[in-house]
Design a protein around this ligand. Structure first.
Ligand code: GAR
Length: 207
């Protein structure tokens, strides 16, 4: 049985999708948030999952927070750490500690649009497609070997919220699938390339 620790900052809808997927061979050992009032914490606690709220504002430095966060995570002996809307820049020591066993989902087709406001930036650039990316986490923000990508169209009259909703629906399919593949030992990382999987998905109903 593989232990998974999921990190969130807010509503945690991706975390919920992963929990609800009931992945064979995996156990959600804990959900940890850097905001004690994160809505997703209450959702997880109601389902009997261990939760930790660790307020980053109580720490003097990013390093001090990440060190404490790592010790909270390690208490659950994770095989995999899943970042699901965890809105913190991570220190190199933290990313090195979980190298090869920490995944993130980002709401753009990386390497386009790392960082924030991905949907508005895609609309402003006149992109015809947008999407989401699951990748292994490295020291560089929103970089790292790409595991899976999902694609949706950008519609002529799209708003940021409409596009975000369309992408989010795909995130909820793609992320549990990628976690399932990690747990099954199907992801082989070779430099910046991840192979051994059917690793892309388009929202066929919208294309
Ligand atoms: C998701 O869209 C996720 O891709 C994004 O935050 C949202 C969290 O939603 N993550 C990032 O922007 C990380 N750079 P959720 O809390 O409902 O899963």
């Amino acid at each position: 049985m593989k232990n998974i620790v999921i990190l969130i900052s807010g509503r945690g809808s991706n975390m919920q999708a992963i929990v609800d997927a009931q992945i064979a061979g995996a156990r959600i050992a804990a959900v940890i948030a850097n905001r004690p009032d994160a809505a997703g914490l209450a959702w997880a606690a109601e389902r009997g999952i261990a939760t930790v709220g660790l307020d980053h504002k109580q720490f003097a430095s990013r390093e001090a927070f990440d060190e404490r966060l790592a010790s909270e995570i390690d208490a659950f002996a994770p095989d995999l750490v899943v970042l699901a809307g965890f809105m913190r820049i991570l220190t190199p020591a933290f990313t090195a500690r979980y190298e090869g066993r920490m995944l993130n989902i980002h709401p753009s087709l990386l390497p386009s649009f790392p960082g924030l406001h991905t949907h508005q930036r895609a609309i402003d650039m006149g992109c015809k497609v947008a999407g989401c990316t699951v990748h292994f986490v490295t020291a560089e923000l929103d970089h790292g070997p790409i595991v899976a990508q999902g694609v949706v169209p950008v519609l002529d009259d799209d708003t940021e919220a409409a596009l975000a909703n369309r992408v989010l629906a795909l995130e909820h399919q793609l992320y549990p699938q990628a976690v399932r593949q990690f747990v099954a030992g199907e992801l082989q990382v070779n430099g910046s390339r991840v192979s051994g999987v059917a690793a892309s998905q388009a929202d066929a109903s919208l294309m």
